[in-house]
Design a protein around this ligand. Structure first.
Ligand SMILES: Cc1ncc(COP(=O)(O)O)c(C=O)c1O
Length: 394
């Protein structure tokens, strides 16, 4: 991997030390230029005319996303965020009172909120599988719950936002496939940093966002939908005339492909930037990215752990490129701002964003450091120096 070239491609690398890649990463020039060029053409030529003139190149988004996930292009929808993808997937499931949904304690906060809302409004029964003492969902417990309860849906967050934990999504997918149970995977933090294969995972839906490890624009996401779902008469609760065709006064037919999950109106500049981001990641290679990130993590984790007053919080046998830790300071905002003043970007996770997990770790906030392949050893040194001096003078 030519790190110098990748950094030269990234304007943000010139002035910032960016370890907030699990929040929003730094887009490279191809992403920035794709969006700027598209917006310029729209302003000069008109929105509809620009979309028509660029139809073929815009379509590359679906092919590139399909390549990224090992799925046909027709199974991919472009959305506005991972949460939006998740909600669209959920809204196509005809939940009835008493339907069981099985999830994990570590699942992303907004997903938990959506299930709690379904519980309140439609009377579904939400069951969380146990976590293992060493971290992550207890696959045996989740499997026995699935076999016993035969749920309407199983859902798992691949890499939760507030920890580097990698959940065993394929092991759960195998059980769901055996029992033909719909399976929704939130891959928001794993897409762009780990190789993903929807066939190997065995999922029916997979949600992703563009701005994190894919290094794409904000306000853009993707949704994979399996043929198993597309062959059912299921569709999102609120359809528009892209997702369905109005065939007679009182009838409609839904799109046969994942466009059923997409809106007619789209931000085409973001679609264009999203294609550029996915293509960029595909060109580097997801295994290369995962290997480089594992290397950066192996440099960071022991050195962070060695700082006085620091405890690493990530549990699990397999860890991704998110490192969370307790820091010997009382005000997380002060720490974040002080690092930003030194041009170092990090993030803070608070209890409301990972209630069950952070409570179980006995903390109400954690510093989150998420390296990505373009980060360097020198940047790690600078981060460690900054933390050491801030912790010495809190
Ligand atoms: C694991 C996980 N899922 C979902 C989301 C939501 O993504 P978006 O903000 O694109 O909806 C996040 C955001 O941090 C996340 O970390």
């Amino acid at each position: 991997m030519d790190i110098a070239k990748l950094r030269a491609d990234t304007p943000g690398c010139q002035t910032k030390i960016h370890f907030n890649n699990s929040g929003a990463s730094l887009p490279p020039y191809p992403v920035l230029h794709a969006m700027q060029d598209y917006l310029t053409e729209e302003a000069n030529c008109g929105g509809y005319e620009t979309a028509a003139a660029n139809a073929t190149s815009l379509n590359r988004f679906y092919m590139a996303a399909g390549k990224l996930l090992n799925a046909p292009a027709k199974n991919i929808a472009f959305t506005s965020s991972a949460t939006n993808s998740f909600a669209r997937a959920l809204s196509c499931i005809p939940f009835k009172k008493g339907d069981v949904v099985i999830i994990a304690n570590e699942d992303y906060a907004s997903n938990q909120l959506q299930f709690l809302s379904l519980e309140e409004r439609f009377g579904i029964a939400l069951i969380r599988a146990h976590s293992l003492p060493e971290g992550g969902v207890d696959v045996d417990h989740m499997t026995s719950l699935i076999k016993e309860k035969h749920p309407r849906l199983v859902s798992l967050t691949h890499v939760p936002s507030n920890t580097g934990l990698i959940q065993p999504v394929a092991a759960i997918g195998k059980v769901c496939r055996e029992l033909e149970i719909p399976y929704l995977v939130d891959a928001c933090q794993s897409v762009g940093q780990l190789p993903l294969d929807v066939e190997a995972i065995g999922c029916d839906f997979l949600c992703g966002t563009m701005r994190k490890f894919l290094r794409g624009p904000r306000g853009a996401g993707l949704l994979y939908v399996s043929d198993r779902i597309l062959h059912k008469p299921w569709y999102p609760l609120f359809l528009d005339m892209y997702a369905a065709t109005w065939t007679d006064d009182d009838t409609f037919v839904t799109a046969p492909d994942a466009k059923r999950f997409q809106d007619w109106e789209q931000n085409y500049a973001l679609l264009s930037g999203s294609y550029a981001a996915i293509h960029y990641a595909n060109e580097i290679g997801l295994q290369n990215i995962a290997d480089r990130n594992r290397y950066l993590g192996s440099l960071l984790r022991p050195r962070l752990q060695a700082l006085p007053g620091v405890t690493l919080l990530d549990k699990g046998t397999a860890l991704a490129s998110i490192i969370t830790l307790t820091a010997p300071v009382s005000d997380p905002q002060w720490l974040l701002t002080s690092l930003r003043e030194r041009h170092i970007n990090t993030a803070v996770s608070v209890t409301a964003s990972a209630l069950i997990d952070l409570k179980s770790k006995g903390v109400n906030w954690a510093l989150r450091i998420a390296p990505h392949y373009f980060n360097t050893e020198e940047e790690i040194d600078l981060l460690l120096d900054a933390l050491e001096s801030l912790f010495a003078n809190p």
